[in-house]
Every structure is written in structure tokens, then in C-alpha cells.
Design a protein around this ligand. Sequence first.
Ligand code: MN
Length: 418
Amino acid sequence: MTLLQSWVTSANHPDCPFPLNNLPYGVFSIADDEPRCGVAIGDMILDLRACERAGLLDLGGAALFDQPHWNKLMAEGYRVWNDLRGRLLKLLDALSTAQGELERLMVAHSSATLHLPFEVAEYTDFYAGRHHATNVGTMFRGAENALPPNWLHMPIGYNGRASSVVLSGTDIRRPWGQLKGPNDSKPRFAPSARFDFELELGAIVGVDSDVPVGVDRADQMIFGYVLLNDWSARDIQAWEYQPLGPFQAKATATSVSPWIVTKAALEPFRCATPAREFPLLAHLRDTTPMLYDIDLTVQLAPEDRSATTIARTNYREMYYSSAQQLAHHSSSGCPMRTGDLLGSGTISGAEKNQRGALLELSWGGAEPIALDSGESRSFLEDGDSVVLTGAAHGDGYTIGFGDCTGSILAAVDHPYRA
Ligand code: MN
């Protein structure tokens, strides 16, 4: 696959995150008009509500894009997803005869306000990166108990809160919580002092299922992917997490990037999960490559200071794919819904500068990391901004995700402070 040429000339550049090859889906508004569905191409957004009203999309009649989210289109399933992409590829191709008509239905990214692109039905976060799980397990339980005994047999996760999912750019308020250090005789209630980010990819479930599904069917059910930051309060987590897993430590906020990158755009970048230490049980076995080669970075900028790239890694580091996670999630008969969001788990590589959370980068605070500004960090401070970026690099083109950002606000005074 090489760079596909569009009549939107800003899209025809090897470094452009939104070339014709990508066509990611978002929700936008202009001034005080209603939010509606759009597709990014170069530095423009094509208004799909306007296209639909002009009769340019021809997907069977029902109005799918006069919506403040993509859920209605998602629920239609992969044949309609493929029809839409095929139609958009034709309309936006350099040889399209519709250019004159479409130019009037475009808005500049710079003049649009972006919104959460899908209605989050439920949110589940997994723990499926082996380097991350080994590092965190070593810190929390010691090297001999790093990986729980179940870890190599299934993707373990916890049920998060859909209500806490926010769009990139939303400020994140430092949480209060119950804290108890290893040497404290009793817990206290205070703002988290070990607030952290987690670099993840979020998979968005497109269609419902009420029965257990295999990995191939699960892959077919996934509509697309976003970057995801699972903000985590490590001091709250350390005290609360046994035996039922994280609860308030992960409930403050989870940020997602504004553009849904489709499976079709990522198709050339598929790669296999790593060799298995134990053969997986049948419901988790994958027969085709289901990870993706996506370069990921984390930047941290103190307030009014320049950003430092503090981690570089790749989504292919995961041990379990999103399709395996979805198959496992459905295995008990758990119904899955249009708009379910599955966090991959923190994506860390083997090297120190490939770790996707400050907990690992600073080794629990024992080894603070140096920033270009001359400061150092063990955990996030008020005013810090975190920027996640993701890009798959093809032959002369880039599939970008759009940044996933968030800045830390100081904790508010709490009604139940001690
Ligand atoms: Mn997480």
C-alpha cells in the first residue's frame, strides 16, 4: 500500500496524519450548530450529515450521520462500514468528479470543535502488556510473584466506568482517596500524591453480541481504535486493589483521542501476537495476526515549559490483542454492546524508555526521570500536561490518531477532608 492521492491536497503528504488511506471518524461542531459526524482528510473535515442530506453516501436510506456520535453507524455492522469507506475513498480520490460539490461540505480542522466520537456504553480495562504487568507486579508483590498465575492463560481486566471517559483536552482534577503507605499504621484521606498516566489503545466494539464469540468473530465486531490514557492514582490503587482489583484509583477519568481509526485503515499494519508460553485455550486462540504495528509516544510538559518525550513504544508489544480480550469478555455469556470500550492495558516495551506509565519509568518513585526543562518527575504534578501520540508508518504515508492530551488541575477542597 502506498499513499493514496486525494483532491484535498493537504492530505497528500507522507507525514500527514489523515491521508486518504486513513479516513478516521469523529464528531465536530461549528459555532453553535449541533455536533454531527465527520471524517478527517488532510487539514479538513468532511461533514457527513451534509453529504447524507445531499444524497452523496447512498447507504440504504436511514439517516446515520445526523447524530452527535457514531453509534448508529457502528450498529449497522461491517458490511455497511465497508460500504461507507468504499464510498468515501471514491468521493475523496484525486480523480473524483464530486470535488465541486464536496468542497462546500468541508470545514477546516482549525474552525471546528471536536466532541467524544462515540457514546461509551461500558468501559473495561485490561492488563495485557507483559512488560507492564511484570514491572508493576514486581513493585507491588515482588519479582517472584510478578505475573499472577492466571496471566499467561487469559487477558485479565476490571470493569471501569463509562461515565469517566472524557475527550482528549479535558482537564483532569487530581483525585482524593484513601491512602495507606506500607509504614502507616492506619489509612488517611488526602489528594493522591502518586498520580499517573497509562498509555493504552482503546478498542471500540461496533456491534452487539449476546453469546460467547470466538476471536475471529470478535475481531469482526471491533469498529476501530483510539488512543487511551487510563489516569491512575497509584497510592489509592496500592491500598484498595486486593482482592477485587482497582476501583477509585482508576475512576477519576479516562481520556480518549478524538478520531476513531478504523480497522480498514490499520489493515496493512497487522502483526502477530508473541509466542505463547502456554498454549491458549480454544476460546482465546488466534489464527491470523491481530495486533498492529503502531508507534506510540508519551510527552510530558510541566506548566509553561516545553515537552519532553519520556517514552516510545509500539502496540505490537501486547501479549493479547483486543479481539482476544473481547472474545474472553464474552466467554461467560456477558452481553457486549455497541459503544463498549476496551482498554488494551498499559503498553510498555522491554527497555526503560519504552515504559508506558510513570510508575514504571520512575520505578515507583525510586528513580525519578529527568525532563528537558531541568526538572524531574516521579509522578504527575499539578499543571503537568501529558500528550499521547500514535502513528502507523506505511510506504510513504502515515496513519495518525490525533493526540490524546490532558492537564492536571490541583485537587479541590474535599467536603470530607480530615
Ligand atoms: Mn489501565
